[in-house]
Design a protein around this ligand. Structure first.
Ligand code: ADP
Length: 405
């Protein structure tokens, strides 16, 4: 069964094709047959296409950047044309799954794409003005290239639909809540995958577990997962709330915005750029949003890079602590995404201050860890896991289940 996964971002379209048995899902993620991406960031009016296949074929080419749908169509054609072809014809693709950033409060699970679902994704663009239109474009590109193949929307917000109301309502006038201004949470596909994978690695039923999942990539968020359901998370109305990130500030006193508007004439667009693109590790360090560059700068004695890391860790621990009461205890702390998977020193520092929970990192396992292992000492009361997040695989699994329902 050939399942195509589409993951559209603001300036990229990543995609992969899985070939799965129709009778049973494999326990672990198989390598995709084909991976491809379009990147619109490298050049002003061009798009870079990159493709690689499981058999070792690859392709890189520059195509005109606009219209975007043409570049996506070109990417899709590499599935059945040329050296990177892995299928004979487009009709071999049975179902297509899309990561969709915002599903509002309507979508608690993945759904088949219908005209109604497309309408909802378009309507919710009001809350995710960059991502939802890109996700919709991806759906329409598939309609153009593959006709009426079944498509599935897998929402980044859906896993957080189980948050208790007190965790979703902001303490501002109630009318705004009625107009949709509430906490939604994001990175849900990754949090859900990691919660399931953690249960698998620990050999425990998800219903019996209390987890804190730290998704630490360019964007970063935590979730508290109890009995398989998300009960708290750090991102809110938008992916700006919560932790300090690569270029995003995370939570700050909202009066700073009022001050910048009143005293420094900053506009809404200025503040949007400042908080989303010019803050976080990049803004504070003046070095980079990339944690590897920060580490290098610290090694060379850069004080601002050191300060940025200290603030990052302070806020990470602060928010980990804030997840605890929602769980009433902790069975495992999970680290995932670029930083969570690859930065052992940061994992160890994040755990400092939580020793009172009986949590202890095994220094040897932590630095040697391949992905998907337990890096806690054998007598640690709390397990500590490093898990490679696999959002594409999570999307493919949802497609498989929906195709069989
Ligand atoms: P995105 O949120 O864009 O999917 P990723 O999950 O790929 O991002 O994470 C990107 C982050 O991971 C960057 O800050 C990068 O520096 C960090 N990262 C990747 N590899 C390492 C490493 N070996 N050590 C420290 N940080 C790393």
């Amino acid at each position: 069964m050939k399942i195509l996964v589409m993951n559209a971002g603001s300036s990229s379209q990543k995609s992969c094709l899985y070939d799965l048995p129709a009778d049973a899902l494999p326990a672990a993620a198989p390598a995709p047959l084909w991976r491809g991406s379009v990147d619109w960031t490298a050049q002003a009016d061009a798009a870079e296409i990159a493709v690689s296949t499981r058999h070792g074929a690859s392709l890189q080419e520059s195509v005109p950047g606009e219209p975007r749908s043409d570049a996506v169509e070109r990417l899709l054609k590499t599935l059945w044309m040329g050296e990177t072809a892995v299928i004979a014809k487009p009709a071999e693709i049975e179902i297509v799954g899309h990561r969709v950033v915002h599903g509002g409060t309507e979508y608690r699970d993945s759904v088949r794409v219908t005209e109604d679902v497309k309408g909802a994704i378009a309507r919710l663009s009001m809350f995710a003005p960059i991502h939802n239109p890109a996700n919709l474009q991806g759906i329409e590109a598939i309609e153009q290239a593959l006709g009426n193949v079944p498509q599935v929307a897998v929402f980044d917000t859906a896993f957080h639909a189980t948050l208790p109301q007190a965790a979703t309502v902001y303490p501002i006038p109630y009318e705004w809540y009625e107009k949709g201004v509430q906490r939604y949470g994001f990175h849900g596909i990754s949090h859900r995958y990691c919660a399931q994978r953690a249960a698998q690695l620990l050999g425990r039923a998800p219903q019996s577990l209390r987890l804190i999942i730290c998704h630490l990539g360019n964007g970063a968020s935590l979730s508290a997962v109890k009995g398989g359901e998300c009960v708290n998370t750090t991102m809110g109305f938008t992916p700006l709330e919560g932790l300090m990130m690569g270029t995003r500030s995370g939570s700050i006193d909202p009066s700073i915005l009022i001050h910048l508007m009143r005293q420094h004439g900053q506009s809404a667009d200025d503040l949007d750029r400042l908080l989303n693109k010019e803050s976080g590790m990049a803004g504070l360090s003046g070095v980079s949003a990339d944690m590897r560059q920060i580490d290098r700068a610290i090694a060379q004695g850069n004080d601002r890079a050191q300060l940025a890391l200290e603030v990052y860790l302070y806020r990470l621990r602060f928010h980990i602590g804030a997840m605890l009461p929602s769980l009433g205890g902790l069975d495992a702390l999970v680290f995932t995404a670029g930083i969570g998977e690859n930065a052992p020193a940061l994992r160890a520092s994040a755990c400092q201050g939580f020793e009172f929970l009986g949590l202890a990192v095994d220094a040897v396992k932590n630095v040697r860890s391949p992905h998907d292992i337990d890096i806690a000492t054998s007598d640690s009361a709390v397990r500590i896991l490093a898990i490679h997040t696999q959002e594409d695989w999570a999307i493919a699994q949802d497609c498989w289940h929906l195709a069989h329902s």
